[in-house]
Design a protein around this ligand. Structure first.
Ligand SMILES: NC(=O)c1ccc[n+]([C@@H]2O[C@H](COP(=O)([O-])OP(=O)(O)OC[C@H]3O[C@@H](n4cnc5c(N)ncnc54)[C@H](OP(=O)(O)O)[C@@H]3O)[C@@H](O)[C@H]2O)c1
Length: 258
């Protein structure tokens, strides 16, 4: 049995890339433990796959609760073969307007939560003879874009964590890799980038989002943003590759070529 046909925890399971990963795993016959805040969305997934989906509602900024979240996730089906750390947040702020609270939120969700969840779940995987962890990073961990100082820093740190975990956990049969997407059409990119002091009407917000999406699409040599399902397919394949560990796997429509 491959990891993706087994029992896999997915954070950020309710929307975007995480939700597409849940769908991909379920369609392969796997069982999924989804972690996110939206209780209704988790409940709907449980209702549609009562035997193979369990939701664990959690706010990943609450790092004190992560050991309990990890325990509940493992107990949902009694064991775990894979972990996909997909939940993430981006706060677009120019230098000069970076707020401590947005630094803290991004560090907690993008860095501390995946680190502590991976550590806790790896303890369990080690006892059962191995497993596979995929951290969802970003091409912004390696390329520079305005307004993304803190987000990029958290993803660069996640790459470093991925490699160190991979080295330390290899003797236990636990593989740890990262997937680095380019621009993907999800809520994250549809959040309007509003600069400090700017106040936009609803029509202007809509226009701002459309121009953001057009500008981002044009940056990709393949001429469009990626779809969540295209990233989910890579996440599933990396979860399953039995001789791959410590890799940073870029999937970005050619964005990194620029
Ligand atoms: N979209 C892109 O262009 C892009 C590019 C490169 C990398 N990425 C990375 O890909 C991953 C997924 O991004 P996405 O675009 O799919 O994002 P998204 O559509 O905004 O979805 C984010 C997911 O994370 C969950 N989440 C957010 N904050 C949370 C918190 N505090 N506690 C628990 N769950 C939380 C959300 O669930 P709830 O709202 O239910 O909590 C949601 O399921 C992220 O790590 C992101 O950095 C995205």
């Amino acid at each position: 049995m491959t990891v993706s046909e087994g029992r896999v925890i997915v954070t950020g399971a309710t929307r975007g890339i995480g939700r597409a990963t849940v769908d991909a795993l379920l369609s392969r016959g796997g069982s999924v433990i989804g972690i996110a805040r939206d209780v209704d969305a988790l409940g709907a997934l449980e209702a549609s796959h009562p035997d193979r989906f369990r939701g664990v509602a959690a706010h990943l900024e609450n790092i004190d609760q992560l050991p309990a979240v990890a325990r509940r996730a493992v107990e949902a089906f009694g064991s775990v073969d894979g972990l996909v750390n997909c939940a993430g947040i981006a706060r677009y702020e120019p230098v000069g307007s970076i707020r401590p609270e947005s630094v803290e939120a991004q560090v907690r969700v993008n860095l501390i939560a995946p680190l502590l969840l991976a550590q806790a779940i790896a303890g369990h995987m080690g006892e059962q003879g191995g497993g596979s962890i995929v951290n969802v990073s970003s091409t912004l961990s390696e390329r520079v874009a305005e307004l993304t100082t803190v987000y990029a820093a958290t993803k660069a740190a996640l790459n470093a964590i991925t490699k160190t975990f991979a080295l330390e956990l290899a003797p236990l049969g636990i593989r740890v890799n990262a997937v680095l997407p380019g621009g993907i059409d999800t809520d994250m990119l549809r959040t309007p980038r509003v600069l400090p002091g700017e106040s936009l009407s609803e029509a202007e917000i809509e226009e701002r989002v459309e121009s953001q999406l057009a500008a981002l699409s044009a940056l990709h040599p393949l001429g469009r943003l990626g779809e969540p399902a295209e990233i989910a397919a890579v996440i599933v394949s990396v979860l399953d590759h039995t001789w791959q560990t410590g890799s940073l796997v870029t999937i970005d429509g050619g964005l990194s070529l620029r």
